[in-house]
Structures are given as C-alpha cells and as structure tokens.
Design a protein around this ligand. Structure first.
Ligand code: NAD
Ligand code: UD1
Length: 361
C-alpha cells in the first residue's frame, strides 16, 4: 500500500518524500510541476537511494487523477499541491480558488470513489489572520484569513470537516504550518522560489549569495523587541517529520483534527538577519521599509497539541535552520534551474529522469 503525495516535487513535499522513504513507506508523487522542477524528485531518489513513481498530472484533471488511483494501491494521501503566493492570490483570486479548492474537491471525490479516506492536508497559520488572537496561538484561536490564499486554506478545512460529518470513516489531519525554512542537510534539496522571493528566509539567502543587493525590512515600528515583525520559523525537516506523525495518527483514529506545526518560539526580522550572519559568516545588508500590508506584528504557535496528540516535537534550532538554508543556497545559487540549463547541452541522467516522469495516459 502506498502513500500518494500531491505536490511532492515542491519545497515541503520533496523533504517529506525523503522522510517517508527513509521511514520505509512506498510513495507515489502527483505534481503538475507548476511551481517545481522534476530535478527535485531525482535528488530525492539520490538522497534516499530509493525509487518511486511520479506522475506529471494536474489535480484538476479528474480522469488522470482517477487513473493514478486505478493503477496503484493507495492507502492514504498527503496533500501539498496548491498555489501559495499571497500577493498573487490577491491579484488573481479565481485561479487560487480554482486550483486550491477545486483541486482538493477533485482529489477527495476520487479518494471517496476508491474508498481511500485518510488524508493529511497542508494548511497554514495564515488561517488565523493578522490580528486579534492571543499569542502564542492555539488551534482554538479565531479563524479569519485576510487574503484569498488564506481563505482557500480555511475553505478547504471547512470542506474537509463536512466530508467527515457526512462519512465518519474519514480520518483527516489539518496541519497548520507556521514559517517553514531550512533545507535538507545534504544541501541537495531546498526552497527554490520562482522570481523574487516573497518570504523572508529565501530573500535573506539570495542577498547573502549576491543575487539581491539588500533586504528590505518591512516595518520597524511594530510593538516587538526591536520593532520588526516576529514569526515562528520551523525547519522543513521537522515539518516533514510532523507529517509522518500525523500519518501514523490517522491510521488509528477517525475524525478531523487541526494541529499547529511550529516551534513555539518567535524571532524578529533583525534577529533572523543576525542569526543568519552568525551561522554562515555572510553579511546581509538591509534597509528599513514601510510595513507590508496585511502583516501581523507577532505570530507564533502554541504547539503543545501536536506534542501531546501526535508525539511530535521539533528538534532543530535557528542556527541549524540558517546553516542548512545556506548550504542549499550556496551550492545551488540558481536553485534547480542551472541543472536544467546544463542538461540541455549534455545528455545527463537527469534528462533520462525527465522521461521517467510519468505523463498522463
Ligand atoms: P510549493 O509550491 O513548493 O509546492 C507545491 C507543489 O504543488 C508544487 O510542486 C506545484 O507544482 C504543485 N501543484 C500546485 N498546484 C497543483 C495542481 N493543481 N496539480 C498538481 N500539482 C500542483 O509549496 P510548498 O512551500 O512546498 O507548500 C506546500 C503546501 O504547504 C502548499 O499547499 C502551501 O500552501 C502549504 N503551506 C506552505 C507554507 C510555506 O511557507 N511554504 C506555509 C503554510 C502552508
Ligand atoms: C507570509 C504570508 C502567509 C504565509 C507565510 C508562509 C503574507 C502577508 N503572509 O507570512 O500567508 O502563510 O508567508 O508562506 O504575505 N519580511 C521582510 N522583508 C522581506 C520579507 C519578509 O521584512 O523581504 C518580514 C515580514 O514583514 C514578516 C517576516 O519577515 O515580519 C516574515 O515574512 P514572511 O516570510 O513573508 O512570512 P509571513 O509574514 O509570516
């Protein structure tokens, strides 16, 4: 029996695939590569020494998603596939609702058809909104996403609650990630944002590697230790481990439950710059800018529910998060792109791998 990983070629998905394979799970990846590169999957195989099937399929394409379930014995699904850029979701909301919400509905319809009722869903701390909640944030906090991306996550959570209400055999974990950063310790897989990074850590890393001139710090007049925004940064491999724990939990209990995946510690933007400089010996020039609209002053998790009910606890501290980010960025200054370019000229195994990536039948 296999675990279907939608969005498995992406940042968090690829790290979770490594963790799943290392734990002995059989996996099947489904991704349309709209925000990822199949080189990531080749490297997952390289890191783990294990093989798996990967389908280049869009979740909205029900016929082909159905074929994946026909061709494979799928036991559970970890559902990462989705669009995630907040600004883009404001300018193109319909694309976000269609991709994220309709994509999830299509997936669940096919799961229902094949009697697969175990699902781990990538939600986000963004469902809590930017203000009005007590810090640290528990799962009971008020929900109030402030942008279309966040609302897709909230809507999907509601839809999944209803799916369970209609059929109590479903078992669903809603994982609300705080701020995933870092990379696999080998430096072979990591976050590869397309264009200008929206998020802090990839931006810092691109300044350090010389791709961008300086960091703009969005606001230094927040009611925080140094005036800059505070967030809960979590190592992507700790996050990946959280998925394994959630997967184990949904094998033994039915229901829908939401879990915060964060460390419970908050770091300001300037503390992150300092931590990165300390861990990597690189200078990160920055200048102060206006606040970014929609930003919270402070957001960090109370992760005790995940500790208690999933037996999950993050183990990597901020120095490890920075070192691992840097190892990935330094060794892959242009992310996975350079590999693609190189492969055009030379017939490397990566090209063969691209052919291995299963196309819809
Ligand atoms: P990512 O963009 O790197 O990975 C998402 C993957 O899904 C990509 O490989 C993309 O090609 C694929 N995809 C998107 N739409 C698809 C579709 N219709 N059909 C098939 N594949 C599709 O993003 P990530 O950072 O790895 O995030 C994974 C999930 O976690 C997303 O759902 C995201 O919203 C959520 N999340 C991410 C963060 C974060 O900061 N990275 C925080 C909270 C929640
Ligand atoms: C953002 C998204 C959120 C998403 C999360 C993880 C917004 C409003 N929110 O949250 O929906 O779930 O990413 O993907 O976009 N910062 C700078 N300079 C930069 C980038 C960021 O100063 O160039 C600051 C921000 O103001 C914030 C902190 O760094 O205080 C972290 O920002 P970011 O990494 O974008 O994460 P979130 O704001 O938590």
């Amino acid at each position: 029996m296999a675990i279907l990983v939608t969005g498995g070629a992406g940042y968090i998905g690829s790290h979770t695939c490594v963790e799943l394979l290392n734990e002995g799970y059989e996996i099947i990846v489904l991704d349309n590569l709209s925000n990822s590169n199949d080189e990531a999957l080749r490297r997952v195989k390289e890191i783990t020494g294990k093989q798996f099937k990967a389908y280049n399929i869009d979740l909205l394409d029900k016929e082909h998603v159905t074929n994946v379930f026909k061709e494979n014995k799928i036991d559970s699904v970890i559902h990462f596939a989705g669009l995630k850029a907040v600004g883009e979701s404001v300018s193109d909301p319909l694309r976000y609702y269609k991709n994220n919400v309709t994509g999830t509905i299509t997936l669940c319809e096919v799961m229902q058809q094949f009697e697969v009722k175990k699902l781990v869903f990538s939600s986000s701390a963004t469902v809590y909104g930017a203000s009005g909640n007590n810090i640290p944030i528990t799962e009971e906090a008020r929900i109030g996403a402030t942008n279309p991306y966040g609302r897709t996550k909230h809507m999907i959570e509601e839809i999944l609650q209803d799916v369970y209400r209609s059929d109590n055999e479903w078992s669903i974990a809603l994982l609300r990630y705080f701020n995933p950063i870092g990379a696999h310790k080998t430096g072979r897989i990591g976050e590869d944002p397309s264009g200008i990074p929206n998020n802090l850590m990839p931006y810092i890393a691109q300044v350090a590697v010389g791709k961008r001139q300086e960091l703009q710090v969005f606001g230094n007049d927040y009611p925080t230790r140094d005036g800059t925004g505070v967030r809960d940064y979590i190592h992507v491999d700790d996050l990946a481990a959280g998925h394994i724990k959630a997967l184990k939990k949904i094998q033994i209990t039915n229901g829908v439950d939401a879990f915060n995946l964060g460390t419970g510690k908050g770091y300001s933007v300037l503390e992150m710059v300092n931590a990165f400089e300390r861990a990597t010996n690189q200078k990160v020039p920055y200048r102060m800018e206006e606040r970014r609209p929609g930003d919270a002053a402070i957001c960090y998790a109370n992760p005790s529910k995940a500790r208690k009910l999933l037996g999950w606890q993050p183990t990597r501290d901020i120095d490890v998060m920075c070192e691992d980010t840097w190892r990935w960025q330094y060794n892959n200054p242009n992310g996975y792109e350079i590999v693609k370019e190189t492969n055009k000229a030379s017939k490397s195994p990566v090209q063969q791998h691209a052919a291995d990536f299963l196309m819809p039948k």
